[in-house]
Write a protein that binds this ligand. Sequence first.
Ligand SMILES: C[S@@+](CC[C@H](N)C(=O)[O-])C[C@H]1O[C@@H](n2cnc3c(N)ncnc32)[C@H](O)[C@@H]1O
Length: 294
Amino acid sequence: MTASNTLLTAWKAAQARLKTGRIDSPAIDARLLLEAASGASRMDILTDPYRVITDDQLSAYETMVERRLRREPVSRIIGKKGFWKIMLNVTPDVLSPRPDTETLMDVAMLAFSRNEAFEAIDLGTGSGAILLALLAERPAAKGVGTDISSEALAVAKENAANLDLNDRAVFLRTEWAAGFGDASFDLVLSNPPYIPTDHIATLDPEVRDHDPHLALDGGPDGLQAYRDLAPEVKRILKPLGVFAVEIGWDQGPQVKALFEAAGFTDVKIIKDLGERDRVITNGPDPRTNPIPKD
Ligand SMILES: C[S@@+](CC[C@H](N)C(=O)[O-])C[C@H]1O[C@@H](n2cnc3c(N)ncnc32)[C@H](O)[C@@H]1O
């Protein structure tokens, strides 16, 4: 990579190194890192590939590629992650938001149309991803994000400010919904920790070594958060409200039973685009209802 001095040659050399290092999606990762190191946009790289990059930019790029080869996720290296239609800052204190969570967003978008005024809560908000993606698309809505990590809440608040959503988003440190009154919210969302404790050591290094374990650890069977959440969700949700929680692909029947035991009827398991169980909700199923075009 030392002889590389254009966007194209640097990108190609980095791709080859990441491929040799058995990194998934080497072309995309190499491009995202190149954008961060050089200041070039994706369009610049495609339309102006012979643009010269400086020695300093190349050196910064090589450092980033080295970090990726040590299995640090791209989002952690560049400090940013796109989710739904927004860009978020991410730090070691927050889970890097996942595409998996977009199934939960599909349910939320279907539950309330664009101009409806409603109150939402995101339990275990981390970077604020779910709440902020929702508020960005529902301009009459307001919301609360809770977390027990004050470091995560600081990141969420910064993201709200960057997205100009801080007048409609409040972030509070509490155990799930503790402190909120009964029947307070129209929409309750959560992507809680759901990995069984013993399974964490077997995860990819990108997750095991870089996501906070507070965001991953679901207790011995992975279901502890749902046991705590189900009665709390029932308590804080308005009678005609909608809830949706993300689940691990093999947890559908157990989590559905926990929400039924908490008093919900019409509880559904929603599949993701890979046909795996992903969300438990009492709301509409985006796979059988058209998403409103708004
Ligand atoms: C899987 S992460 C989800 C983060 C974010 N909502 C997302 O989807 O990207 C779970 C979050 O729940 C938080 N958390 C864990 N236990 C909690 C509790 N008892 N009360 C509130 N938040 C909790 C963690 O700190 C973490 O930010």
